[in-house]
Design a protein around this ligand. Structure first.
Ligand code: FAD
Ligand code: NAI
Length: 469
């Protein structure tokens, strides 16, 4: 039986990063992964493949709609969907191979198979096809990083062929003619954009009265305008009751705002109503680990479960289901195990939606500030007023900065526009150092860049004196 200081269950961004940091700190480390490829949801069926398809489809869309304005003429332009999926698969396999390389480099032992607790210090690993011998690991500490799976309500049964989750939407054999999407959250809008750009008719049916409703309301309003231009249709304030399939057709049955029954028909339906923590056959009862009422592993503020020596991180615990949040938690637990005193500022975990325009945010939304009674100032600046935006024809969107009315400290930054997924990091750094809006406005920003919108929004927030508006 092998013995380790730390065993990590699950090789997603939470698990594999935790394992690397443990090994760097001199702890003898093992990682267990059900599947043959490492990297979890993020690398195999999440962040990486979705971004690969978003990039490919955006290139096609630009070639189709925008190249002519740039003076580039193309004949016979059409998507080669098979090649798009092939390239996406290559990106995934290169990225997963990279994680395997990092495990070898850091001398982390990789066990392939389903891990489950036999008791709090013993974990068994069995191949998921049930074949082969059971491997047994003895461990002082365990980090549970088993992630999440697609969620669906009763009546939205995913058959993986026509009624699909994000996992199948990343490996379709054809471009849907009409794609119905339940949920205008991150998955629905990112994957909806992919297929709308490739020519599918896309209709999104959403329960809330806005899209990306967890973000600052102004962002959803702006994004909806942009996605409508792409041809996407939105049915807001609609509660989906169920989805039916007859042959190659799917029907979504919903209640509209007035409570009237409405139906939508298409050839595929993507169910994107959230994800649920994954703890199947983990043997939590044998180790005595408690879960909360939403099926997540319960942890304290140090990511410790109720059992000494067992920790949990990432999608399987409370908080945002984001790869970078899982990574931070992985590093946190590793450093704590090595006797350090790490810290995570959960208020400064950025969120990004990779549509075009992109949406990105950090800190409080205007709605949250209103609800808290905090006095705040708002500054904003539209991208269309920037020379950089005119040069590249990326004219949609804005930067919005919320600052404390008295101290001028930046409390939240919300952006929709070109490359804001990257630009948001300026706001994260500023907020980490508790910058004021004036601090940001006095930093020299390169010209011409999209980042000038951040400086201008800060000028607007601090003293209502943008220079270019
Ligand atoms: P996971 O990545 O889910 O990894 C868990 C791993 O544990 C899996 O490999 C699983 O097989 C393994 N496992 C589970 N149980 C066992 C067991 N008993 N034994 C052995 N192995 C086990 N987040 C972002 O930040 N940015 C994005 O752009 C983004 N895009 C996304 C796009 C899509 C389509 C989806 C579905 C998700 C996206 N996410 C994104 C969310 C992100 O993928 C997750 O937040 C992240 O992967 C969580 O990491 P994790 O390590 O907690 O778990
Ligand atoms: P989500 O929570 O973002 O959105 C789900 C949407 O479905 C909500 O708007 C909700 O109101 C709606 N909904 C729920 N029940 C409904 C019903 N009966 N009828 C109509 N609408 C209904 O969940 P999503 O998009 O599935 O994503 C899951 C997680 O994956 C997210 O929490 C996110 O953290 C992560 N993710 C992150 C990405 C990123 O960072 N760019 C990309 C993709 C996923």
């Amino acid at each position: 039986m092998s013995t380790y200081d730390v065993t990590v269950i699950g090789s997603g961004p939470g698990g594999y990063v935790a394992a690397i940091r443990c090994a760097q700190l001199g702890l003898k480390t093992a990682i267990i992964e059900r599947y043959n490829t490492l990297g979890g949801t993020c690398l195999n069926v999440g962040c990486i493949p979705s971004k690969a398809l978003l990039d490919s489809s955006e290139h096609y869309h630009n070639a189709h709609k925008n190249f002519a304005k740039h003076g580039i003429e193309l004949d016979n332009l059409r998507p080669n969907f098979e090649q798009m999926i092939k390239r996406k698969n290559e990106v995934v396999s290169q990225t997963c191979d990279g994680v395997k390389y990092l495990m070898d480099k850091n001398k982390i032992d990789v066990f392939t198979g389903h891990g489950s607790f036999k008791d709090r210090n013993t974990i068994e690993v069995n191949a998921i096809d049930g074949k082969g011998d059971t491997q047994t690991i003895s461990t002082k500490n365990t980090i549970i990083a088993t992630g999440s799976k697609p969620f669906s309500f009763p009546g939205m049964d995913i058959d993986k062929e026509r009624i699909i989750s994000s996992t199948e939407a990343l490996v379709l054999k054809e471009i849907p003619k009409k794609l119905l999407i339940i949920g205008a959250g991150v998955i629905g809008l990112e994957l909806g954009s992919v297929y709308a750009r490739l020519g599918s008719e896309v209709e999104v049916i959403e329960y809330a009265d806005g899209i990306i409703s967890f973000m600052d309301k102004s962002m959803g309003k702006e994004l909806q305008k942009s996605l409508k231009k792409l041809g996407m249709k939105f049915h807001l304030s609609h509660k989906v009751k169920n989805v039916e399939r007859k042959g190659d057709k799917v029907t979504v049955n919903a209640d509209n705002k007035k409570g009237e029954a409405v139906t939508f028909e298409g050839d595929y339906c993507l169910v994107a109503v959230g994800r649920k923590p994954y703890t199947d056959k983990l043997g939590l009862d044998k180790a005595g680990v408690k879960m909360d009422d939403r099926g997540r592993i319960e942890t304290d503020t140090h990511l410790k479960t109720n059992v000494e020596g067992i920790y949990a991180i990432g999608d399987v615990v409370k908080g945002a289901m984001l790869a970078h949040k899982a990574e931070e938690e992985g590093v946190y637990v590793a450093e704590m195990l090595a006797g350090q005193k790490p810290h995570i500022n959960y208020n400064l975990i950025p969120g990004v939606v990779y549509t075009w325009p992109e949406v990105a945010a950090v800190g409080a939304t205007e709605e949250e500030l209103k609800a808290s009674g905090k006095k705040y100032k708002v500054g904003s600046f539209p991208f269309k007023a920037l020379g950089r935006s005119r040069a590249s024809m990326d004219l949609e969107g804005l930067v919005k900065i919320l600052a404390d009315e008295e101290t001028d400290e930046v409390l939240g930054v919300h952006m929709i526009g070109p490359r804001v997924a990257d630009i948001i990091m300026e706001a994260v750094v500023a907020m980490e150092y508790r910058a004021s809006a004036e601090d940001i406005s006095r930093i020299c920003h390169a010209h011409p860049t999209f980042t000038e919108a951040v400086k201008e929004a800060a000028l607007d927030a601090t003293a209502k004196r943008p220079l270019h508006l």
